[in-house]
Design a protein around this ligand. Structure first.
Ligand code: 5RP
Length: 225
């Protein structure tokens, strides 16, 4: 089974959790995209739902597929969010933001009763930190935030596109990817980063996921916190 097939399998399993009448948060990234495409098929077949997306890309895809969109004014609480992750550690501690959408993802997830992670089995780790931890930063504050992250030993580096241009998030900010290695105390690291003025959000998602659907050669495994 390829990684894409595993992502597709996790996304298809997640469909079983979406019920008629639900308000659903849509994630960002390749796995979330496969889920959104499968959800679009269900909507064509008559599933009645309304959604809020965590990125412009996922929003545009949902609109293109005819998936009804809602807003936080109309729907302040979502029933569930289906979204991917870059790393899934015990307790469903996550690193997210490889796709640069962790700010809106965290907003959408924080408004939901449930967050179901969809991922292939390569995302499961014993400890967080092999995947660089993304930190979204206000442009003006980049030099000072970068220095403070260095002092914390987090080894930040600005994210760029392959053509060398700076990566800019949907909210118009920069991203510093922290190649920090194993994060021994994710709660403390999350607090340390949050206290830096100029940081908008970081990619540590702790105590947020309620279930993970992890797909691999043996099918889909359900992990709980
Ligand atoms: C985007 C994310 C994604 O969920 C994460 O990067 C996983 O992506 P993919 O499904 O493409 O492996 O956090 O900001």
């Amino acid at each position: 089974m390829t990684q894409t097939e595993a992502k597709e399998l996790a996304g298809k399993r997640a469909l079983e959790f979406v019920k008629d009448g639900m308000a659903v948060g849509l994630g960002t990234g390749t796995t979330a995209t496969l889920f959104i495409k499968a959800l679009g098929e269900k909507v064509k077949q008559g599933l009645s739902i309304r959604c809020i997306a965590s990125s412009d890309a996922s929003h545009d895809l949902a609109v293109q597929l005819g998936i009804p969109i809602t807003t936080f004014e109309e729907t302040p609480t979502l029933d569930l969010v289906i979204d991917g992750a870059d790393e899934v550690a015990p307790g469903l501690a996550l690193i997210k933001g490889g796709g640069g959408a962790m700010l809106r993802e965290k907003i959408v997830i924080s408004s939901a009763r449930e967050y179901i992670v969809v991922a292939d089995s390569t995302k499961v780790v014993a400890h967080l930190g092999k995947f660089p931890l993304p930190v979204e930063v206000i442009k003006m504050a980049m030099p000072i935030v970068s220095r403070r992250l260095e002092v914390l030993g987090l080894n930040p580096g600005q994210r760029h596109h392959p053509d060398g241009s700076a990566y800019i998030t949907d909210e118009g900010n920069f991203i510093l990817d922290c190649a920090c290695g194993e994060i021994k105390d994710p709660t403390k690291t999350a607090e340390d980063i949050r206290h830096i003025v100029g940081v908008v959000e970081h990619g540590l998602f702790l105590g947020m996921a309620t279930l993970a659907l992890i797909a691999g050669e043996n099918g889909v495994q359900e992990l709980r916190p």
